[in-house]
Design a protein around this ligand. Structure first.
Ligand code: NI
Length: 182
């Protein structure tokens, strides 16, 4: 399909609460998911949410399709997260443990910040065919899901940074590392 322009922080669409998907397995939904996938792969994202390409619906995709060959250059040390299409998600933290780690976002290019997230997470939703997804995850997988699903409620990760001293330019925080500029 197509690589889409990713909306950047400041665009009001990124601040909207996205609408639930009402019908699964439609040509429109399959087109949207293909566009999300093409755009995520092109930009080496760990995940992407539909509002980031201007579609305010509750659809996110994340993870890696071929985990052996597609180690993400932006997150080379991250645990491998399976490629997932997640629609109309519900997230429930498991336990009270919180973990802080660096995040970036395709809508906030060239920057990184330290964000606290729940370490363990139970998430549910549907794939593009309407099949149920129900998973218990932790660590990087849990972080990615929380980040992407925040996009569906109009929340960008800088809004979650408790101390803005932990927010800045990637090449300033990591001067000797070849981390892509998003
Ligand atoms: Ni993001």
């Amino acid at each position: 399909m197509a690589i889409k322009t990713v909306l950047r922080m400041g665009d009001p669409i990124l601040l909207m609460k996205a609408a639930p998907v009402e019908q699964f397995d439609t040509p429109e939904l399959h087109d949207l998911i293909q566009n999300l996938e093409d755009t995520m792969l092109h930009m080496n994202g760990a995940g992407i949410a539909a509002p980031q390409i201007g579609e305010s619906v509750r659809v996110v995709i994340f993870g890696q399709k071929d985990s052996d060959e597609r180690i993400n250059p932006r997150y080379p040390d991250a645990d491998v997260v399976p490629y997932t299409v997640l629609i109309n998600p519900t997230l429930t933290p498991v336990g009270s443990e919180i973990e802080k780690d660096w995040e970036g976002c395709l809508s906030v290019p060239g920057m990184r910040g330290i964000v606290p997230r729940h370490t363990r997470l139970h998430y549910k939703g549907f794939d593009q065919y309407g099949n149920r997804i129900d998973r218990l995850v932790s660590g990087f997988h849990a972080r990615v899901v929380q980040h992407e699903c925040d996009h569906l409620d109009g929340i960008l990760y800088p809004m979650r940074i408790p101390d803005l001293k932990d927010f800045g330019y990637t090449d300033v925080f990591f001067p000797n590392q070849d981390i892509q500029d998003d």
